[in-house]
Design a protein around this ligand. Structure first.
Ligand code: HEM
Length: 265
């Protein structure tokens, strides 16, 4: 792999056009098998300066494959008006000096808004459950604090404090509550749908990465709940409370219709 750095100096009155041109040109990079990834950064100290980093599979792949290939025409058409603004355009190779820093990404719990957010989520969810034909009967005799217990469970799963494990009985208590309930696929699906509706209602983050991770857990957890609740089930009862992370959603690309992306600022 090689890294191409292109440094631009673009006068203020042309900056918006420049960034829009690269939004269009990026379509061609996304379609190019020679391109591993790319990133355009604007200088904070001198906003006229931009650095474009493109990782290519090799120099030949860039110069022969990409430039001779089918998408180069639209790439070049978009950025052509800015060629005269280029200050440097060279290929680099990586050295051994690289690695992650010490900053940890926020947990899903922090990103969602902490304990309050999960309490609001579960309060909204059980309001919806109470008037739902498929689910209301199953929750008719639920513990008055049930919504709060589930909020505390979810908060712990998504990286918050380990309160459910410490104060409510952990995994064993949660599994025990589902035993013998014979949850159907239709009820499971409704549970996921209402949880997603509740997430929208209380304004949990709508960015693709958060929602992919959030719904990923709901799918996983509800499918286990169905399995564990069947009359012949014999689930493991002693296990740690699961911890759920961001997963592998590819970085979100800003587009004209985009919402704010995680980590894009
Ligand atoms: C990700 C999926 C799920 C999670 C994380 C979850 C979580 C929990 C937790 C933590 C409890 C125990 C609360 C306590 O400590 O008392 C519980 C109880 C319960 N769950 Fe689930 N659950 C899930 C899926 C489902 C599904 C799909 C259903 C049915 C459609 C269901 C029905 C129930 C019922 C009926 C109880 C007992 C409520 C009561 O009587 O207090 N759960 N759940």
């Amino acid at each position: 792999m090689v890294i191409e750095y292109i440094r631009y100096r673009v006068p203020q009155q042309r900056r918006a056009g420049f960034e829009a041109a690269y939004e269009r040109a990026a379509d061609a990079l996304r379609a190019a098998p020679e391109c591993v990834d790319y990133e355009l950064s604007r200088c904070l100290d001198d906003p006229a300066c931009y650095a474009l980093r493109i990782t290519w599979t090799s120099v030949d792949a860039h110069l022969d494959g990409f430039r001779g290939g089918p998408v180069f025409g639209r790439f070049f058409a978009a950025i052509k008006p800015y060629v005269a603004d280029i200050e440097e355009m060279r290929h680099y190779t990586r050295t051994g000096v690289r690695g992650p820093g010490g900053a940890a990404p926020p947990s899903l719990f922090e990103w969602a808004g902490g304990t309050d957010a999960f309490e609001r989520l579960c309060a909204a969810f059980y309001r919806l459950v109470r008037s739902d034909d498929l689910l209301a009967p199953m929750f008719a005799r639920m513990d008055p604090d049930h919504a709060r217990y589930v909020a505390v469970w979810l908060a712990e799963v998504f990286g918050g404090p380990a309160t459910y494990a410490a104060e409510r009985g952990g995994y064993r208590q949660m599994v025990g509550q589902h035993l013998g309930r014979a949850i159907s696929e239709a009820q499971r699906r409704r549970w996921v749908n209402l949880m997603t509706d509740a997430a929208d209602e209380v304004g949990l983050p709508g960015d693709p990465e958060f929602r992919a991770a959030f719904v990923g857990y709901l799918e996983w957890g509800t499918r286990l709940a169905v399995r564990n609740s069947q009359p012949d089930a014999d689930p493991i009862q002693q296990a740690p409370v699961p911890r759920w992370g961001w997963g592998v959603a590819p970085p979100y690309q800003h587009g004209p219709q985009s919402t704010v992306a995680r980590g894009a600022e």
